[in-house]
Design a protein around this ligand. Structure first.
Ligand SMILES: [Zn+2]
Length: 465
């Protein structure tokens, strides 16, 4: 009893002084078939504005064009109060991104994504009057080639959910983008179909917020689709399921909620938002705010000796000298390449070099060659040549970190890619989405994504002043 009393007095003070808890509330705004979803987007955007809460609306290119054609300046303006993201050009009209990128390499796929998607980004930018600040794939139609394309398109944040890649249920850097993805226990919602309020979600939120606040702070990711408030089934499921691609004139509309039921749903969200807002240390942030909250994706120069020690043991991101470095950054540090955003290898290289050691001059030449490759192409090589034979990038990195530079010969060391455990391995499960063709297997995309794990590292919140 005494303990409970003390806690009751101490806890509120403790929480208010605790690390910040950021709520990213986002809405995939995509139904371009049922006009009632336009009204739902308008209502949600206005309700949130009244609460003083800014959210992120990820808009589909065709949705933006349809709003413009229908003369819905009111919707466009209401959404523009919030952050605007991009949610693909056509969403569920086939081919979806994972479908068209499945058999493409990294560079070719990035070009293809840009070819298909740049016009949609431009439309969203023109119609909403601002550059989309984030992207998220339709369904779980994820593909790693999008990272490079999004950087070229000037989109710095990847905001979505999926199980393809994730780091400890918090934001991370991957392919030079700030990813809010695979948020695990920090991703949930107030369910729309359990009555006037979802009390279980409040409890879940309070627990998550207390957990984050008592550590070093963090992000809670919550998402909806405006269409969920106006219809009882998804607009795309009724048209494009399992690879179906009917012509536009035969598209059917999803079933509607009654106006009273929609009203109840708006209430569920409003009450949930009020509950979250009332908690100390909680702040709503948008995809626009996220890059400012997190430290730069490129680590500062660090003590090389510490890098050697770390990379010699593990090929995975790590804390060195107070900085979080990706293996790509460690490699650049050891090669004396100015730190910058790079992509990972485009294919798994193989080691064909069979001697146990490499003469120092030959290894020096290999190092210079690797550094030149990275500086020229802004990506890591698949393999590094020693004369006519090659070392895979993993073996090269391990050899670089552990080979003693004073010896006449550098011993070849095998590297193992520990970052691979942050990636999904089941290509059917990770891409199981009702819109993809039956049995769609995204294994090649996971393989390509895993290669990009050289660039993976947790994102660290900036110290609060
Ligand atoms: Zn979507």
């Amino acid at each position: 009893m005494l303990r409970a009393l003390i806690l009751a007095f101490i806890l509120p003070a403790f929480i208010s002084a605790a690390a910040p808890v950021y709520v990213v509330l986002w809405f995939d705004t995509e139904d371009y078939i049922e006009p009632a979803s336009d009204d739902a987007a308008l209502r949600i955007a206005s309700d949130l504005a009244k609460e003083g809460v800014r959210a992120t609306f990820k808009v589909v290119g065709e949705k933006a064009r349809v709003l413009e054609k229908r003369g819905r300046r009111d919707v466009i303006e209401a959404l523009s109060y919030h952050a605007i993201g991009y949610h693909s050009n056509w969403h569920s009209v086939h081919p979806a991104p994972a479908e068209y990128l499945l058999r493409m390499g990294y560079l070719e796929g990035a070009d293809e994504f840009e070819r298909r998607e740049a016009a949609g980004v431009a439309d969203v930018k023109r119609i909403f009057g601002k550059q989309p600040v984030c992207y998220g794939q339709p369904g779980n139609s994820w593909a790693p080639q999008t990272n490079l394309a999004l950087r070229r398109l000037g989109i710095p944040v990847y905001l979505d959910e999926g199980e393809h890649v994730g780091v400890d249920d918090q934001p991370f850097w991957y392919g030079g983008l700030l990813y809010v993805f695979k948020m695990g226990k920090n991703n949930f919602r107030a369910r729309l179909n359990v009555g006037a309020e979802d009390l279980a979600a409040y409890k879940r939120f309070d627990e998550a917020a207390a957990r984050l606040a008592s550590n070093s702070g963090g992000v809670i990711s919550i998402y909806y689709h405006p269409a969920e408030f106006s219809t009882t089934e998804f607009w795309d499921g009724v048209n494009f399921a399992r690879g179906a691609n009917p012509p536009r004139e035969t598209w059917v509309k999803p079933r509607r909620r009654t106006p009273e039921d929609s009203e109840r749903c708006y209430g569920v969200l409003r009450q949930f938002v009020r509950h979250m807002k009332a908690q100390p240390a909680v702040r709503f942030v948008t995809a626009e705010d996220l890059p400012r909250l997190y430290a730069n994706p490129v680590a500062k120069a660090v003590n090389l000796k510490l890098v050697v020690n770390y990379l010699g043991q593990h090929i995975i991101f790590g804390e060195i000298d107070g900085e979080t470095l990706s293996p790509a950054e460690m490699l650049m540090a050891l090669l004396d390449v100015k730190p910058h955003v790079v992509d990972g290898p485009t294919a798994p290289g193989a080691t064909t070099y069979s001697e146990p050691t490499i003469p120092v001059p030959a290894f020096r030449a290999a190092k210079a060659d690797a550094a030149d490759f990275i500086q020229r192409f802004h990506r890591l090589p698949n393999e590094v040549f020693v004369g006519s034979k090659a070392l895979s990038l993993a073996d090269f990195a391990a050899t670089l970190a552990r080979g003693s530079s004073t010896a006449a010969e550098v011993p070849v060391v095998r590297g193992s890619l520990e970052f691979e455990r942050y990636f999904a391995t089941d290509g059917r499960k990770a891409f199981s989405w009702v819109i993809h063709p039956e049995g769609f297997d995204g294994t090649p995309l996971l393989d390509l994504g895993r290669l990009q794990g050289w660039t993976l590292k947790p994102a660290r919140l900036r110290a609060i002043n």
